[in-house]
Design a protein around this ligand. Structure first.
Ligand SMILES: C[S@@+](CC[C@H](N)C(=O)[O-])C[C@H]1O[C@@H](n2cnc3c(N)ncnc32)[C@H](O)[C@@H]1O
Length: 281
């Protein structure tokens, strides 16, 4: 049974990094006048109230998006992402809502682009359906996103962005994501894959990185944001994105923004970031 609910974590430091990177990739794909498909294997509910019980219980957004919302020295590259969050709050001054990955992606998609969203949770799936029921570009599936990926790739449009964002509540997910990336890449080597990961136990992510370096996959970029140093204690200290075929502009954008993000989202002296080309083009 799935117990993870993203509503408790919406807008936290990990969402900031993930959704910033996602909006950059979507924007890049729209520069070319050819349709593309957005596949979100673990979509969540799509839109969250920060005033609801779940978000209020953890208040994770306070050390995440709220620190950017009120920043008067926001780097220019982060402005489009924060503007989208303002749009989700209908331009109001108070931060009350935070969108999920499908919502961020859909703001960039054009009339002929398509999205397919997967969500297994019995409570979040109907919310996801409700949030996108008016949008004919979107298909929502109540099924396993990993299986969906295999069924969808390669897409006929020949251009795709794939977001893989599991909760890692099942430890096997660390192996499953590597398998999914290898299989997805084999099916569609030109797609852009975005894998989100938490650093809870560093050893698990070291193994993922090693497996990807030893695979046939080319052009792999890693961007990680640590709000605290690694620890043996429970809890997520950092999170990151592993990208296959990232936009060529993204590395520079991240070089310009990650130091600011690490400083601004820091929760202790050990805040830091990593930006590494894991595998060359
Ligand atoms: C981290 S959350 C997704 C957050 C969302 N991508 C965002 O950024 O707003 C992970 C979601 O995946 C769902 N889930 C877990 N295993 C799944 C699977 N095999 N296929 C589809 N959804 C799954 C969970 O119910 C949860 O809502």
């Amino acid at each position: 049974m799935l117990s993870y609910r993203h509503a408790y974590h919406a807008g936290n430091h990990a969402d900031v990094l993930k959704h910033f990177v996602l909006t950059e990739c979507v924007e890049y794909y729209t520069r070319k006048d050819k349709p593309f498909v957005y596949l979100d294997t673990h979509a969540g509910a799509g839109f969250y109230s920060l005033q609801g019980d779940s978000a209020q219980k953890t208040q994770e957004y306070v050390d995440g998006i709220e620190r950017l919302w009120s920043a008067d020295d926001l780097p220019e590259a982060l402005q489009p992402y924060v503007d989208l969050v303002r749009e989700a709050n209908r331009g109001k001054n108070q931060l009350k809502y935070y969108p999920g990955s499908p919502w961020f992606a859909m703001q960039g998609l054009r009339r002929n682009d398509k999205a397919r969203l997967y969500e297994l949770h019995s409570s979040d799936y109907p919310r996801l359906v409700e949030n996108f029921k008016q949008d004919r570009r979107v298909t929502v599936e109540n099924s396993d996103g990993f299986k969906g990926l295999n069924a969808q790739l390669p897409v006929v449009q020949k251009r795709a962005i794939v977001l893989i964002d599991p909760s890692y509540e099942i430890k096997a997910d660390y192996d499953v994501v590597v398998k999914a990336l290898k299989e997805g890449y084999k099916r569609m080597p030109g797609a852009t894959f975005l894998l989100w990961y938490p650093v809870v136990e560093r050893g698990r992510m070291n193994a993922v990185e090693k497996a990807l370096k030893e695979s046939d996959i080319r052009d792999v970029l890693l961007a990680e944001l640590a709000v605290e140093p690694d620890t043996g204690a429970r809890g997520m200290t950092a999170s990151g994105m592993i990208l296959i075929n990232p936009p060529w502009t993204l590395k520079t954008t991240l070089q310009e923004t990650l130091p600011w993000l690490a400083e601004r989202l820091s929760q202790s002296d050990g805040a830091n970031y990593r930006l590494e080309q894991l595998v060359a083009e």
